[in-house]
Ligand binder design. Sequence first.
Ligand SMILES: O=c1ccn([C@@H]2O[C@H](COP(=O)(O)O)[C@@H](O)[C@H]2O)c(=O)[nH]1
Length: 246
Amino acid sequence: MSISARERIFVALDTPDVAMAIALASRLRGLVGGFKVGLEICTAVGAPQVVRALADVGGSVFLDLKLHDIPNTVAGAVRAVCALGPAVRMLTLHCTGGSAMLRAAVVAAQAMPQRPLLLGVTVLTSLDAAALSGELQVVPSVTEYVVHLARMAQACGLDGVVASPHEVGAIRAACPDMRIITPGIRPRWAAEGDQRRVMTPADALRAGADYLVIGRPITNPPPIIGDPVAAIDRLLAEIEQASTMQ
Ligand SMILES: O=c1ccn([C@@H]2O[C@H](COP(=O)(O)O)[C@@H](O)[C@H]2O)c(=O)[nH]1
């Protein structure tokens, strides 16, 4: 069954205010595929509270905790997330935690009655080639390193990876069965901000991304666009227009 562009969008609810996040999710439910919650709101109020509140709204939850610790600790955190129930559809962990950590996460999840998809974060979309080769001293190119991490994630049993849209083609060629989730999505009318490896929603979907994570362009759109609902309408119109021009 093919998935619509709308269903491929997860809105990043980056706020410490759970009431505000839930109000926005209630407004946007049905217009997008689901909601991504991460470090800001989960640190402010706790992941269980956030997940339960979003589940009450009826939203599908992408829990972007970016777990990165020793295998035993990550396994425990994965079990705790699994216990939150089926509302959590996806969970992230950093590939750079290494294969022992990734395998421990998979084993822990598989032992639970239900589990979310486990996604490995490759190279953060806020990093560019200069940061990777300079301050982080990573020798391969961004794409080579992302593909290396994706292959490792696949070998460890993860379900997919998080990467920039620029690496989707290379990941797809190396790991055809892995789901690919792309943040770093910027329509032409939205500010890049701290993101570095960005692409428009239409181009990211054309590149083959399975899901797009979009935060500020929807939650805080520029005045010429209007409010979050108008931003989604505009994004979808641009995706539709690009597909008819192909
Ligand atoms: O490499 C990554 C991994 C995760 N993210 C998260 O996605 C959203 C993007 O929000 P925008 O406002 O659209 O920039 C945010 O929650 C990040 O934590 C990412 O950007 N890059």
